[in-house]
Ligand binder design. Structure first.
Ligand SMILES: CC(=O)N[C@H]1[C@@H](OP(=O)(O)OP(=O)(O)OC[C@H]2O[C@@H](n3ccc(=O)[nH]c3=O)[C@H](O)[C@@H]2O)O[C@H](CO)[C@H](O)[C@@H]1O
Ligand SMILES: [Mn+2]
Length: 261
């Protein structure tokens, strides 16, 4: 009596057209890469914003990060008060300027890498040194499988985030990006400038700073991409390509949690 195992292989691209790696489960050896990075004694900064009712997400974010997000002693947590806004869109967009100033004033000299994450999220699997790189973007969980003509880029030429129909590589999530302090400073500064120009012209990009991030990554190619394992739709959603959910949105009642529609 024999046993037959059937393994379903789902092909995913593990490299971009400009030769940057795309990180999926199976494309790296976590033990080997950990042992290499441990010798470097790196400091990784991570930022999240929690304003208004979004403070409810902080506990699960932090507790799950303790379990799955990098590992190491000497962790420290700093809380800052930031200006809030009436509209959730303004809260979300204002993160670019806050991050730009935070990097300039404090983090540039203190950390080697930074990740900037949404707070309505939770870790479910390992997120480690395989994610480190000069400039890191995450492929959006709703559009990783979609053809380019379905990408929700800003399509109005009046906006600084405009991307014409025949351009664009991937659709990136606004909820997670990172890299070296220098590169992320340049990213946040550029997006802040473009957001201000749009505001002065009374135009708001269709997906706010996520639209500007997508324009930035079109012109400044990320050196590493993370698969949607690193920013998934919801823990209860599955897709054949996703073998491990490492970090996911948590379900939220938009009408109840946001200050405006
Ligand atoms: C998965 C993903 O890529 N999510 C992006 C998406 O919608 P989301 O629905 O994920 O946006 P969201 O409501 O989570 O807002 C983004 C972030 O702003 C902060 N916040 C927002 C409202 C509030 O009252 N208090 C508060 O603290 C909080 O850190 C939150 O995580 O589009 C947004 C801009 O349109 C952002 O680019 C998000 O990152
Ligand atoms: Mn979010």
């Amino acid at each position: 009596v024999g046993r037959v195992s059937i393994v379903f292989l789902t092909n995913v691209a593990s490299v971009t057209p400009w030769s940057a790696p795309i990180i999926w489960e199976g494309t790296f050896d976590p033990i080997l890469i950990d042992s290499i990075y441990k010798q470097q004694n790196l400091t990784i900064a991570t930022t999240v914003f929690a304003l208004g009712k979004y403070t409810r997400f902080v506990k699960d974010f932090l507790e799950s990060a303790e379990q799955h997000y990098f590992m190491g002693e000497n962790r420290s947590l700093t809380v800052r008060k930031v200006q809030s806004f009436k509209r959730w869109q303004d809260i979300s967009m204002s993160r670019m300027e806050q991050l730009e100033k935070l990097i300039e004033n404090e983090l540039a000299s203190e950390a080697d890498y930074i990740f900037c994450l949404d707070i309505d999220t939770k870790f479910y699997g390992p997120w480690g040194v395989e994610t480190l790189g000069r400039l890191v973007g995450v492929i959006h969980p709703w559009l990783f499988d979609a053809p380019r003509n379905r990408f929700t880029y800003e399509r109005r030429p009046e906006s600084q985030a405009y991307i014409p129909a025949d351009e664009g590589d991937y659709y990136y999530a606004g909820a997670a990006f990172g890299g070296s302090l220098e590169d992320v400073h340049h990213l946040t500064k550029t997006c802040r400038e473009k957001l201000h120009i749009d505001a002065a012209n009374s135009i708001e990009a269709v997906w706010q700073e996520e639209s500007h991030l997508n324009k930035y990554f079109l012109l400044n190619k990320p050196s590493k991409l993370l698969s949607p394992e690193y920013m998934w739709r919801d823990i209860n959603e599955s897709a054949a390509q996703i073998k491990v959910i490492r970090f996911s949105n948590v379900a939220k009642n938009y009408a109840e949690v946001r200050p405006n529609p």
